[in-house]
Design a protein around this ligand. Sequence first.
Ligand code: 7RM
Length: 638
Amino acid sequence: MQRITSLEQYQTEYKHSVENPEAFWAEQAEQFTWHKKWDKVLEWNFDEPNVKWFVGGKLNITENCLDRHLADKGNQTAILWEPNNPQTPARKISYKELHQQVCEFASVLKNNGAKKGDRICIYMPMVPELAIAVLACARIGAIHSVVFGGFSFKSLSDRIYDAECNIVITADGAFRGAKDIPLKSVVDEALQTSPSVKKVIVLKHTNTNVVMQNERDVWWKEEVEKLNLTGIQNLSGFKAEIMDSEDPLFILYTSGSTGKPKGVVHTTAGYMTYVDYTFRNVFQYNAGDVYWCTADVGWITGHSYLVYGPLLAGATTLMFEGIPTYPDAGRFWNVIDKHQVNIFYTAPTAIRSLEALGLDFVKPYKLDSLRVLGSVGEPINVEAWNWYHVNIGKNKCPIVDTYWQTETGGIMISPLAGITPTKPGFATLPLPGVQPVLLNEAGKELIGNSVEGRLCFKFPWPGIIRTTYGDHKRCKETYFDVFKKYYFTGDGCRRDEDGYYRITGRVDDVIKVSGHLLGTAEIENAINEHPDIVESAVVGFPHDIKGWGIYAYVICDHQRKDVDALKAEIVQTVTKYMGPIAKPDKIQIVSGLPKTRSGKIMRRILRKIAEHDLDNLGDTSTLLDPAVVEEIKAGAVK
Ligand code: 7RM
């Protein structure tokens, strides 16, 4: 499959994609294996919203990820797995082997009662079986809902409950650096409030002790062995279920402004076409390259650019179980040399934390296999961009700063590696098929360059969110009603004098902490689980490494003298209910919160205090009790 190779070609292709989007995307979708071609490329309106791509088409995405490559790439490595412990051998799984294992596990799912349309929750460590589980669901037409292994039982059970999953796929535990996280016991706790779950399939990985519940819990390995024991293979899973273009492929939960996470729904053909196109063009993948995306499959980046995008393109995708600082802060660079990685895609927060630990961890490594570097998840600051460019890319690797969201399915604004001239801090230009606009607060389009506003898209692309699971109204209200006729991202953005886009950050109540999108309301709910806390308000504050840190203002229902112990308990509570990623960095105990007369918390004021911008609190006269602001200012945590 060819790709864009010059800036002129990008410009021509962009123009074509805007003038004739249906022809453009149909050309991209031609290469795939279809059981039936589409009748119509696109049907859409942003009012309901209702978006359908490749209407009437029939296909299975795993035939395009796997079967399609068997003839010429059967023996090529599909997944290259690097374990948490550098002493454990790496694993190489060829396209042929991956195909076989996906088919086997698809049979296991069927034998355990799974069928097309079921929702299956996957809560696993970063091991190849995670990708196998994802693909096996897609093989049989079940809708996967992967929950990040760093989330705790409450977040997990909320997600299982919302999607009414009937099966959970998990492992005994996960290795993360020196730690060993007992995933199965978190599942057990979550399932106490998840009546929909009938089966739990457990992979043995850490050998942590687990309690297996009779009837409900089965071992992955035993279920696969059963297939072979019967002598005749159970072939039902081997044959891919034929899906409609618009059948849901997966649900992925993302944080929103309320405490309830939103189940973003992606469908089959559009998502497939979009992640394949963007993967090949943004990273400029060449046959034989080793490509490494460090994101966890629990996030959209892992779905689109660790599993689906690379496999659709027939690439070798590296999957890493561990963390950047184990056994030391040179691990990323060690893995790059060890596996001769050509394309490396990571997050600014990882770059900043490794930068802070010093160049001694970089120096032992050559890094000469690298050709392209990528960044995703939050704005990359100029300093981190330069450090990455000079010390990792040795001044010769283009950096693709890729802007996109869970809801967009794939990359929206980004350089094409080595083709689009880059500027540190800028995601640069929209990909073909992407039509960004900047609106002012009144919803008026800002025309021309050197303008700043709210980033929206005015035309659908194939990877766009279709609905929020079980609640279409929420999808409409969150993304399509804020500005009529536009998809609204929730991000602020500047278009500079050259027409280059620079994302300035969220304009709503979600914060990006170390690249993880967290809702302040969800964190508040977790804090409020502490028996002594009556109310809390969470805001973000700029953090050198994490991008944003979490600042929590809490009201305690009685005077506790042991303030430090109380704060430690709050941190523990959040870890227990939500997971360590949501731990507050700063906690301030207050007697009240700044509220309007109608009872709304004035977060603007709390944000300013968290940033120590005490002289610019704006108008506080509309507050119910302005005195509380003085108290909070006086007690602000440095
Ligand atoms: C892929 C992902 C989405 C939010 C998005 C932005 C922020 C992501 C960039 C970025 C500036 C980037 N999905 N964001 N990438 N901001 N430059 N290159 O992260 O759903 O988890 O988050 O992340 O605020 O709206 S996500």
